[in-house]
Design a protein around this ligand. Sequence first.
Ligand code: NAG
Ligand code: NAG
Ligand code: NAG
Ligand code: NAG
Ligand code: NAG
Ligand code: NAG
Length: 357
Amino acid sequence: MKTQFSALTFLLACFATKAASVSITDIQGNSFLSPLVGQFVEGIVTAKGTSGFWIQSPPSDDVRVSNGLSIFTSTKTILAQVNLGDLVSLNGFVNEFHTDATVLSVTEIGSPSNITVLSSNNTVTPIVLGVDRSPPTQLYSALDTGPNGFLSLPGNTSQVEAVNVPLQPSLYSLDFWESLEGQLVTVPNSTVINFQNSFGEIWAYGEWPVTGKNSRGGLTLTANLVGQVDANPETIIIGSPLDGTKNPKVTIGTKLTTITGVIQYQFGFYYIMPLTAPAIVSSLPAASPTTITPNSTDACVVVIGYYNVENLSSTSPSHINAIATHIAQFLRTPDLVFVQEIQDNNGPTECDLGVAR
Ligand SMILES: *[C@@H]1O[C@H](CO)[C@@H](O)[C@H](O)[C@H]1NC(C)=O
Ligand SMILES: *[C@@H]1O[C@H](CO)[C@@H](O)[C@H](O)[C@H]1NC(C)=O
Ligand SMILES: *[C@@H]1O[C@H](CO)[C@@H](O)[C@H](O)[C@H]1NC(C)=O
Ligand SMILES: *[C@@H]1O[C@H](CO)[C@@H](O)[C@H](O)[C@H]1NC(C)=O
Ligand SMILES: *[C@@H]1O[C@H](CO)[C@@H](O)[C@H](O)[C@H]1NC(C)=O
Ligand SMILES: *[C@@H]1O[C@H](CO)[C@@H](O)[C@H](O)[C@H]1NC(C)=O
């Protein structure tokens, strides 16, 4: 793939001096990889962060084709030239940027130059997810065949690009999110399905149909329409807000205010990069589950429990006491407990072979 693309880059680079303008929709195309490497493109600035900005042009009639585009640059003087709402023209090369071979690439313009602001204060109306378009809820990609679906090995997303089939966004969620790559969207009233990660990023779904919704608002893995595990691909990650504000701290079931931002693929997942941080509308109480293991009086039944004791060490009695209470009360003292993340004889030091003490 790489070799093929270098050849294409070189070929179209030769045409770049002719300064023929190409449209964003021509660059995005209807499949995972761009059919073009570009030269001269125009669009309205919809979003701006510290590592680039996004532009958008009038939409294509083809729902598979995104009309948004990422312009990659972390050069402060270039970023200072553009503001949200500017109609800009610029020169640059279309890249299919890969962080590594096993993930999808991002269609982007690298090294933008000759940036001209043609007009200011233009507005771009975001498409509203759940109203204008909704993600498929069950199937992830056309390559997830067989009984294990998306869990099948080698689980190599980039193979979707090796075949580079036209997108089927009404059926497969990977295709759905790709068809919105770089585009400004609104995610109304989202519900959080996990704690934020260490970067403050949050998995969530908006006000659109979902499958496997449980009593807390999380999404349980159920069987999909062809009997595979449903990957719940109707979810998206809320990335770090582009204006430098911080996402709130959340738990499963937290409801957030409506978010507007651009769809961006990074680190192996599709993200919405919010223009600004959402606020919390409501959160559920952090109550522990009341029943996990059943009581059994049958001598032939062994009850097995499992607990991630999170860096448990002999030097932290309060942590030990809390875990002991949880095992007794919430796990109801199983016959056998598997623990994970317990410190060994050399304490917190990482080593290949742990020795218990
Ligand atoms: C720079 O952009 C302008 C349009 O804003 C265009 O007319 C011109 O050809 C571009 N220059 C080059 C070297 O491509
Ligand atoms: C854009 O809008 C802002 C705020 O309404 C205004 O201050 C500014 O003058 C406008 N710029 C142009 C170029 O119209
Ligand atoms: C992933 O797929 C690509 C393209 O088919 C292939 O070159 C690469 O070796 C695969 N990597 C893994 C880890 O399977
Ligand atoms: C978001 O929630 C508000 C308040 O509950 C509601 O009025 C609005 O219709 C919701 N938006 C969408 C797009 O469903
Ligand atoms: C199960 O065992 C716990 C702890 O011994 C006890 O509090 C609870 O009442 C028991 N529940 C049932 C249904 O027997
Ligand atoms: C684990 O605990 C040790 C102290 O025993 C502490 O130094 C270390 O930072 C902890 N690691 C994490 C990841 O919390």
